[in-house]
Design a binder for this molecule. Structure first.
Ligand code: GLC
Length: 425
């Protein structure tokens, strides 16, 4: 049975592969997405080692001169997606969006490197990527942490990767909708509208895009000019894990300067992460930088820090939190606490379980000695696939598949889990 699942996952990766990049799924997401590519490369490695490196290299071919790596690369035209290149108007030769996404490539290339059969190739390709990824990390701290706190802010909910999370509701309600004009969404043509963000949320998403566009996408201005500035512990954990992994890789490849620089960023950020800890919730919370207050919303964003190397006592508390969630849902890990107002088990990031998050959290838990919790997460992930196939995300109560089908990063994570548990050799 598991060999069948493995073959199906490979088939999905192949059908979504356009040669030098992969689409998350045809129809709903017809371009290259940033963190989808980084995580999908882990699965591609088992099919074709060289192709996995290409996935990440393609992304970095479209890095901006200031170091930013966009969240979408519009490699070729497709009018099935909104907002398309004409809305972003970032004025690039190959059009891209103007915002970024969770920087998980540092983690991904270290993993590709460590597993490599072809060490010479891995060394050559990792060496070429190192300075580019470091430039992206440094871009974050220069542009998204102007006061040098050690943690960076996102300026658009889409940057978090958790587009419509309850975490953003209050901060997002300060984003105006006036003057946005009429537009036609495309996502609701490919997926059930009840699974997707609402119309009003979409108007605010577009207001921010238009606002940044009016500032010519000048990253030195955007942070302070955005009414939406949120420090997401999950996003920062991914960045800090990537800084630490890049440092380790740089050290192995003999680049001590880069290693020291990236290690320092990781250490400073991890110390600052403590300011986001909530005793009440026994997990981390987002911080609304514009309102200068913690956001009282217990989500997966506050559990993801276990992916980075936080204090052991914090990792223990997060494992206990997940065990507790596991008594209240059937399939871990719900993107929001199901007993909190606003939870919706079928709506995108307001409740559903996502395999990529399960993967990153279980990776941290295994490192920190919480094998039982990690095993439950992995077992639940595989049950979800057995029930609903390779969907974008799943209802944590009944396992119903939601969002788009034949999802690339879901398939990549299935391959990872099957390999990790030794169920497929
Ligand atoms: C949605 C998700 C985001 C993902 C993208 C492509 O926008 O919220 O995290 O990168 O789809 O799969």
């Amino acid at each position: 049975m598991n060999n069948v699942l493995y073959d199906q996952a490979v088939e999905i990766l192949e059908r979504n592969d356009l040669g030098h990049y992969t689409v998350p799924t045809h129809g709903l997401y017809p371009f290259q997405w940033n963190w989808d590519s980084a995580l999908s490369a882990l699965g591609q490695y088992y099919i074709n080692e060289s192709r996995a490196w290409t996935e990440i290299e393609t992304l970095f071919e479209h890095q901006w001169e200031d170091g930013m790596v966009p969240h979408i690369i519009f490699h070729k035209e497709d009018d099935g997606y909104f907002p398309g290149p004409e809305v972003w108007a970032t004025n690039r030769k190959v059009p891209s969006s103007g915002i970024t996404q969770p920087p998980v490539t540092g983690f991904a290339i270290r993993r590709l490197y460590d597993r490599a059969h072809d060490k010479d190739m891995a060394q050559r390709r990792a060496k070429a990527l190192l300075p580019k990824i470091a430039a992206w990390h440094n871009w974050f701290f220069a542009n998204r942490d102007p006061d040098g706190t050690g943690l960076v802010a996102i300026i658009h909910p889409w940057e978090s990767g958790r587009d419509n999370s309850i975490d953003w509701d209050d901060a997002f309600s300060r984003v105006p909708t006036e003057g946005v004009g009429e537009f036609t969404r495309r996502d609701t043509m490919h997926a059930d509208p009840a699974h997707r963000p609402t119309k009003e949320q979409y108007q605010r998403y577009i207001w921010l895009v238009q606002h940044f566009r009016s500032l010519s996408w000048d990253n030195s201005l955007l942070h302070d000019a955005s009414p939406f500035r949120v420090v997401d512990p999950g996003f920062n954990a991914i960045l800090l894990r990537s800084c630490a992994d890049l440092a380790a890789l740089a050290e192995e490849l003999g680049d001590d300067v880069l290693a020291t620089e990236q290690r320092r960023l990781a250490e400073k950020g991890l110390a600052a992460m403590e300011t986001l800890w909530s005793d009440k919730h026994q997990q981390y919370l987002c911080f609304d930088r514009a309102a200068e207050a913690l956001i009282d919303s217990p989500s997966i964003g506050g559990l993801l820090p276990v992916f980075a190397r936080i204090e052991q006592s914090r990792a223990d508390a997060i494992a206990a939190r997940i065990d507790d969630l596991g008594r209240r849902v059937k399939y871990l890990i719900p993107s929001h606490d199901p007993d909190v107002e606003g939870y919706d088990g079928a709506r995108y990031w307001r409740g559903p379980s996502w395999l990529i998050v399960n993967y990153m959290i279980s990776d941290g838990l295994l490192r920190d000695g919480h094998k039982d919790t990690a095993d439950r997460i992995i077992a639940d992930s595989m049950k979800l696939i057995h029930i609903g196939g390779f969907a974008e995300y799943f209802d944590p109560m009944n396992g119903a598949p939601c969002g788009g089908p034949h999802f690339t990063w879901t398939a990549a994570m299935v391959i990872e889990f099957l390999k990790l548990t030794g169920e497929v050799a």
